[in-house]
Design a protein around this ligand. Structure first.
Ligand code: ATR
Length: 271
């Protein structure tokens, strides 16, 4: 039996074990998947478990998607460009890192019929998940992205011909009544917090949150109140997980499982 684990901190909220074990069962894959709260000092121990083949792969979540890079022998071209890794496994005897978050986000945008190239895009947060989303947005044809982060220097370092960094204090001037606003931060996951002032949210905007637990963050709830279109993190979560499974097993299980059924099950668990 193969063994997989998702590591991060906090990890309590993660439904990755539920999702992966559900897919393994329905596709008759002989594997099991667990979650593990890991401190920064324990990262190297987990890496050793993969090298010694006591673990067959890991998913990385908040806050280690960038720091994990230094432990790896090789990364995929996409993960290298993005600068963050959420899937790790052994490949040709090397510890290999890949990124499926960008793919998960791209598929979410396509599935929900969001047209992004004619819209002003606002991205909140400049961590590992944000980097994957920015990469996907560019592939999808985004022409202009305004990036906000609590630690401004991190956003500033990510500036290029498409991305412009801003302080949250600039949000009133920058966020438009028809912007697409994407929350990539953890704000709203554990506490009843909202990453921007709710007075900036209005009905012609599209609000996207990477958080799926809770299904409706205060950010998305504010969007519903104003009549905006909202998308929670569930689609992205499922797409990135299925892509991880395809990478680990070298088969396209993602085409064989029932996405809608998986989503309904997760929604039931989160309600
Ligand atoms: P991930 O890999 O999931 O992106 P991360 O790299 O730790 O996790 O990034 C978390 C993001 O959420 C960062 O942009 C962080 O802002 P900082 O760069 O200033 O740390 C943002 N974030 C976390 N808590 C926040 C809070 N209370 N208010 C605003 N932003 C927050």
């Amino acid at each position: 039996m193969k063994n997989f684990v998702v590591i991060g901190s906090p990890i309590k909220h993660s439904l990755s074990p539920y999702l992966h074990n559900y897919v393994y069962n329905s596709a008759s894959i002989n594997a099991k998947y667990a979650k593990k709260e890991v401190s920064i000092n324990e990262l190297s121990n987990v890496i050793e478990l993969i090298r010694s083949e006591n673990l067959d792969g890991i998913n990385i979540t908040i806050p280690y998607k960038e720091v994990i890079l230094k432990y790896l022998d090789e990364v995929s071209p996409q993960a290298n460009l993005i600068g963050s890794v959420n899937v790790v496994y052994m490949k040709n005897n090397l510890l290999f890192g890949n990124n499926t978050d960008w793919y998960g986000f791209k598929e979410t945008i396509i599935k929900n019929n969001i047209s992004i190239n004619d819209k002003e895009i606002i991205v909140l947060g400049a961590g590992g998940t944000s980097k994957a989303i920015l990469f996907a947005l560019k592939i999808l044809g985004a022409k202009r992205i305004n990036l906000f982060n609590r630690t401004f220097t991190k956003a500033k370092n990510m500036q290029d011909e498409i991305i412009t960094a801003y302080e949250y204090t600039d949000s009133e001037q920058i966020i438009k009544s028809n912007s697409i606003i994407i929350n990539t931060t953890s704000v709203g996951m554990l506490k009843n917090d909202i990453p921007i002032n709710s007075s900036l949210i209005s009905k012609n905007q599209i609000l996207i949150d990477v958080i799926y637990s809770p299904l409706l963050t205060p950010f998305l709830k504010a969007g519903i109140e104003k009549g905006a279109q909202i998308i929670n993190g569930l689609d992205m979560f499922i797409f990135q997980a299925l892509e991880s499974i395809d990478l680990w097993f070298g088969e396209t299980y993602s085409n064989k499982v029932n996405f809608k059924q998986i989503k309904t099950n997760l929604e039931r668990k989160l309600c």
